[in-house]
Write a protein that binds this ligand. Structure first.
Ligand code: ARG
Length: 455
């Protein structure tokens, strides 16, 4: 098959089948972007009279026909043709003959693949941003709906202070907004056009790189041909943004798993998003959440993969760089579907508001509010903390909650207590946190509206 290779000239022997298979990449599905890049390149070559304009026209038309073949699944993949770039060129030659040989003028697969990968990552970023944006909007809707529904807030997985479910969900909305911003920021650096860098040193032709960039939607052209062909920091950045996003959803997933347990009993899983056990008929498992959590490791793994791949590479292109595509294509089926399924699942969760409200007032979760009561009467907070600590101990002995203590016990603890101390409730504790960023229901509603405006 030597004659089919694009680089067969200096080779006498055929490639060993083992080598062929070992060096194969993962780019079979990337024909849309690769062909779009080639069309832009051919158009520029023709306009600049680097190749005869009629050949450029034939190439552009032929590439359109090759694209149709790919879309209609008429292309049979030929492993001996190595990668998508070679496939497109050989298929083009089969369509238009000799003129196809001019397409690769002023281009190397090294700048071609850098272009392709930037286009792939750019599209992946857009998909991630869309999916994250949709999940944030869902969370805003739910936060408005649940703005006043109390639940225990935890630190150290110990009940700490009452919060509202809306407030809790909005925490994830904020995380995801930063995630989306990270993707957006990363996109600026991805969106640089590398074609014209050649194999590593640039190309000896009067290229119009800006026109190629404009046709393909790139912001600017790369300034250094070694950098443009040899670095993949944009892939590492993208994977880092993916890893952080997946980590955030994984934390929410962990909470869904906990909330759905009998021990918490905060949530009933909707049938559409739960699975059963093959042996225990009573079981309903949070498999969606568990797999979101479980697949997070794969995303982290691909980030580590690309960082390790890059760390020892001398300038410029090395074949190791081919591994970047496997990394990107490996995380996409995790991150985007995870974001999407959470946007579908969250509105279907059936919360047990009675149980959450009940739990939010237990475990002395109003202790801080009792201390704050004394502070408002003039006691330094540290002293108030001590007074309430003793009251909590008293409660433990009596097996009761703070608001079940008789008034005289309060009075003995501090003369500052008046009868209204017994009026401290979950609702008053929530309403009191009426500060920007606080859990007061009105603040939660405003925060949800503000977040929605940023999506
Ligand atoms: N399949 C290669 C990649 O993805 C394309 C570039 C190959 N260049 C080369 N000189 N072998 O990186």
């Amino acid at each position: 098959m030597t004659e089919q290779r694009t680089w067969g000239g200096r080779f006498e022997g055929d490639m060993d089948a083992l080598t062929r298979d070992y060096t194969a990449g993962m780019d079979q599905s990337l024909y849309e972007d690769d062909i779009a890049g080639s069309i832009a390149h051919a158009r520029m070559l023709g306009k600049q009279q680097i190749i005869p304009p009629e050949d450029a026209d034939a190439i552009i038309a032929g590439l359109g026909a090759v694209l149709e073949d790919f879309r209609a699944r008429r292309v049979v993949w030929r492993p001996e043709l190595e990668d998508i770039h070679t496939h497109v060129e050989v298929l083009l030659r089969e369509k238009i003959g000799e003129a196809a040989g001019r397409l690769h003028t002023a281009r190397s697969r090294n700048d071609q693949v850098a272009l392709l990968n930037r286009m792939v990552v750019r599209r992946a970023i857009d998909d991630c941003m869309d999916a994250a944006g949709a999940l944030i909007e869902t969370i805003c809707t739910l936060a408005e709906r649940y703005a006043a529904d109390a639940m225990p807030g935890y630190t150290h997985v110990q009940r700490a202070q009452p919060i509202t479910l809306g407030h809790h969900l909005l925490a994830y909305g904020e995380m995801l907004l930063r995630d989306r911003d990270r993707f957006r920021d990363c996109r600026r650096r991805v969106n640089i056009m590398p074609l014209g860098s050649g194999a590593l040193a640039g190309a000896p032709y009067p290229l119009d790189r800006e026109s190629v960039a404009a046709e393909l939607g790139f912001e600017a052209v790369s300034r250094n041909s070694l950098d443009a062909t040899a670095d993949r920091d944009f892939v590492a950045e993208f994977l880092a943004a993916c890893a952080i996003t997946q980590m955030h959803v994984s934390r929410l997933a962990e909470e869904v798993v906990l909330w759905a347990s009998a021990e918490f009993g905060f949530v009933k899983l909707p049938d559409g998003f739960a699975t059963g056990s093959s042996i225990m008929p009573q079981k309903k498992n949070a498999d969606v959440a568990e797999l979101a959590r479980g697949r997070t490791g794969r995303v982290y793994g691909e980030l580590m993969n690309i960082l390790v791949t890059l760390k020892g590479l001398p300038m410029a292109y090395n074949r190791d760089l081919q591994e970047d595509k496997a990394a990107v294509l490996g995380v996409l089926p995790v991150v985007v579907p995870t974001l999407r399924i959470f946007a579908a699942m969250l509105p279907e969760l059936e919360f047990d508001f009675g149980r959450m409200r009940q739990a939010s007032g237990e475990g002395f979760s109003l202790a801080t509010d009792v201390a704050d009561y004394l502070v408002k009467k003039g006691l330094p907070f540290r002293d108030a903390h001590g007074v309430v600590g003793r009251l909590v101990r008293e409660c433990e002995e009596r097996h009761c909650e703070l608001n079940q203590l008789p008034f005289h016990v309060y009075r003995e603890a501090s003369p500052l207590f008046e009868r209204d101390i017994l009026g401290i409730t979950v609702e008053s504790a929530l309403a009191a946190r009426d500060v920007v960023g606080g859990t007061a229901p009105e603040r939660v509603r405003k925060a949800a509206a503000e977040l929605r405006a940023l999506v």
